[in-house]
Every structure is written in C-alpha cells, then in structure tokens.
Ligand binder design. Structure first.
Ligand code: MLT
Length: 252
C-alpha cells in the first residue's frame, strides 16, 4: 500500500516576543532578518566564509575577537565601536577575498537574537529574499512542519521580515503540501502579494528603511530586497551557521 502524502503546517511568527506562542509542534524553524542580518549571513556563506558564529551579545563578540577571531557587530544599524565590520551584505561582498575560508563571529540587534531563541530546535535554517527560491524548494522537499520566525525590531513587528515570510509561506501553501491555521500566516501571505511588484517602494516609510537611509545604507537595502541572487541555505550546526549540504548525511 502506498503511504498517503502528509500535509504539514507552515506558520509565521512575527517577532521573537511571540515565539513561545508558536513554537510547539515545530522542529524546523526558518529565521528571517531581511534588513540585514540574514541577508548578510546568506551572502557571506555564498562568498566563501567557512562558518559564522552567531552570538547574542556584543560582550560575547568581544571575547571571541580577543581570541583572534574576525568579529562583526551591529547595533541600531551602525558598526559597534571596536569592530571593523557590522552587518552590511555589501561589505561582506566587497571583503569576500579577505574573508574566504574564515570563521566570522556576528552579533546584530535582532537577527542573532532570533537565531539564539530558535536554537532549541532540531533544525534552524536562515532565510532572506536573497535565497528565497533555493530555500523554498528545499523546504518543499522536507516532510516537516515549518515555523518562519521574523526577527522584527526589538520584539516589534516589522514589514520586511513579514514580506519575506509571506513569500515563503505563499510558495509552500501553493504546493498543496502545507496548510496554515494562524492569521499571522495569512496576513504575511497577503502583505507579500501586495508588496512583491515593488518592494522598495512598498517599504519606503517602514521604520528600518528610514533608519538605514539616515545611515546612508540604501545600497544595502537594495541588495537585501533583491530576490534570488544567492543559492546558499545557511543551517545551524553545533552553534555555527554553515552552508547546507543537500546530502542529508553531510549535515548530521
Ligand atoms: C538586526 O539584526 O537587527 C539587523 O540586521 C539590523 C541591521 O543591521 O540593519
């Protein structure tokens, strides 16, 4: 007798503050911080950084830096004093030769905190608009419930993570292999659909775009809102983010 195909859940959690309300029943979490942490992580690993150690606090990043590691730290959009790099995917691109084969320690305002919160799960992968299709195709091949966690801004809802979460949910729901129960998932799907034709304009008044504009980081925003310029799917393994190998044995 052939096994009936299983239907899994995909749900969207808007912020780390809501995580405890959503996490039950999910072993696989996708963490998203479109502006800019997860876009930077996807870009760095695509460009040959060997692994990224996400840490939740600046103090932890300083400890790793003192041990000789390359460390990058961002707070409120700016590079933290004492660090050479922050969270700019454009900078990770331009420094790719220097960073090839290296371990990079990274702390950011919201993104690395969300990764830390999700690290209680068996599988944590990193999503961005940059790796949207690669990640969605991989998720479609997993027979798992999928929770998409937006990093938000200091525990509040944000629009860019919701658009990306909605894009992934839309692809999974459209396959017929997934269902959604939560209104947050339905809202994310419809926000994505209304934004997808011009995300840059749609986000014009959003809080983090305004913040990054003041810091002259428009190039980063354009980069982060470019879908599918990266094929790497970062996965958390033993506390490090590494490129997912499609051979499941390689990621045990
Ligand atoms: C974050 O983690 O909050 C962000 O990525 C902020 C940023 O650097 O734009």
């Amino acid at each position: 007798m052939t096994k009936a195909p299983s239907v899994n859940h995909v749900e969207v959690c808007f912020s780390p503050a809501d995580y405890a309300l959503y996490e039950s029943g999910f072993d696989l979490v996708v963490v998203i911080d479109v502006l800019r942490a997860t876009s930077a992580i996807c870009t760095a690993l695509q460009n040959g950084v060997e692994r990224i150690k996400p840490v939740a606090t600046v103090e932890e990043a300083r400890l790793w830096q003192a041990k000789g590691y390359i460390a990058a730290a961002e707070r409120n959009g700016a590079i933290v004093d004492g660090f050479d790099m922050g969270n700019s995917p454009v900078a990770f691109n331009s420094k790719s030769q220097q960073l090839k084969g290296q371990t990079v320690v990274l702390t950011t305002t919201n993104g690395t905190k969300a990764i830390d919160i999700a690290s209680n799960k068996r599988t944590v992968v990193i999503g961005a608009l940059n790796n949207l299709d690669a990640l969605s195709s991989w998720l479609l091949k997993q027979d798992e419930n999928v929770l998409i966690l937006g990093s938000g801004w200091k525990d509040k809802f944000n629009l860019e993570d919701t658009i990306c979460a909605g894009a992934i949910a839309d692809r999974l729901l459209g396959s017929g292999k997934f269902i959604a129960d939560e209104d947050s998932t339905i809202a994310a799907k419809f926000i994505y659909r209304s934004a997808r034709d011009n995300m840059f304009a749609y986000l014009k008044a959003s809080s983090h775009r305004r913040r990054l504009r003041k810091l002259n980081l428009n190039e980063d925003v354009k980069y982060c809102l470019t879908p599918n310029n990266v094929s790497t799917i970062p996965i958390l393994k033993n506390g490090y983010l590494v490129p997912l190998d499609e051979d499941p044995a390689a990621n045990q």
